[in-house]
Design a protein around this ligand. Structure first.
Ligand SMILES: C[S@@+](CC[C@H](N)C(=O)[O-])C[C@H]1O[C@@H](n2cnc3c(N)ncnc32)[C@H](O)[C@@H]1O
Length: 308
């Protein structure tokens, strides 16, 4: 039997989810810092027990088509390879549980690493992960209002975090301010693609549901992000399309979500007892491979340089 057309499959999944959740009324929790904080506090169980017990909160990068947990380490490796020569100070925006910082600090013991994150519990876990590294520490902070001095950082990086910006011009303005001239920003993230508005309605609806379920507010496109970065005084010097590298992780999460969604009675019962954020993680996981497969989202690494 032929596999269903991806748009038909998306419509089917939206119908199944619609029987369990009021998808059209998904909370726009990503539009405020307090909503984002709440989402991460409540998603703790999903990230810890489904995603990564070691604290990674991003997608594993598996370039050869099979899911392996070592793929969670690839983002830090990619950042390591892009540290400017002679780097002494590095800042991670939204360090989560400190997974990337701990890997980088172990590989670069003479470099000082700072991480900031909105969620105090994650910052505490990050500092535990960094306990053996005397030059690395995390603090509570908002990447739209950095407490870091002007021109002090050789490199700033962000993994799956700037998608949460409620004010991207302000966030990128802050990055440009704290970078030294020719300092680098390395971003690994997901964006809407060019031509998103021309995609079928089911694809656009599913994309909005995924973004809302994951507390991503703006639905920002890659082109807009690059334009804002340029306005802030940073030029893109490298762009890597990693979309196919996250496919194994997306498929794994969707399989787990499918077990839940394909039993609507169980799912409706779970709604009463399970934390809302955990259910939202299931919505996102179930739809995401198709949203990405339909070309609505792209996952990339950008390296930018402060131009002046
Ligand atoms: C998907 S997690 C990624 C965490 C980490 N970068 C990693 O790779 O494991 C996104 C993180 O962004 C943080 N975050 C969202 N908005 C933020 C903001 N305005 N300032 C600082 N952290 C923020 C969240 O608390 C969360 O830890």
């Amino acid at each position: 039997m032929d596999a269903p057309h991806p748009v038909d499959e998306l419509e089917l999944r939206l119908r199944r989810l619609g029987a369990i959740f009021a998808l059209g009324r998904l909370d726009e929790q990503g539009t405020t810092s307090s909503g984002i904080r709440r989402y991460y506090r409540r998603s703790r169980l999903g990230y810890r027990f489904v995603h990564s017990r070691r604290g990674a909160m991003h997608m594993a990068l598996n370039e050869h088509g099979t899911f392996h947990r070592e793929g969670y380490e690839r983002q830090a490796e990619l950042v390591h390879d892009r540290l400017p020569p002679g780097t002494r100070h590095v800042l991670e925006l939204a360090c989560g549980n400190g997974f990337n910082l701990a890997l980088l600090a172990a590989r670069n013991p003479s470099v000082s690493f700072t991480g900031i994150d909105l969620v105090a519990a994650q910052v505490r876990r990050a500092n535990r992960a960094l306990a053996g590294h005397s030059r690395a520490a995390a603090a509570v902070g908002d990447f739209q209002a950095l407490g870091t001095g002007d021109g002090t950082q050789d490199c700033v990086f962000a993994v799956e975090s700037l998608c949460h910006a409620t004010d991207t011009p302000r966030a990128l303005g802050e990055v440009a301010r704290v970078l030294r001239p020719r300092g680098r920003l390395v971003v690994v993230d997901g964006w809407r693609t060019r031509g998103f508005e021309d995609l079928p309605v089911a694809v656009r609806d599913a994309t909005v549901a995924v973004e809302r379920a994951m507390a991503v507010s703006g639905g920002q496109s890659l082109e807009d992000f690059k334009r804002v970065a340029q306005d802030a005084g940073m030029a893109v010097i490298e762009e890597l399309d990693l979309t196919s590298w996250i496919a194994p992780n997306l498929r794994r999460l969707a399989c787990i979500a499918e077990r839940f969604v394909s039993h609507p009675r169980v799912a409706r019962a779970a709604r009463v007892v399970a934390p809302e954020a955990l259910l939202m993680n299931a919505v996102a996981a179930y739809l995401m491979p198709l949203v990405v497969g339909a070309g609505a989202h792209t996952y990339r690494l950008l390296t930018l340089e402060r131009t002046d």
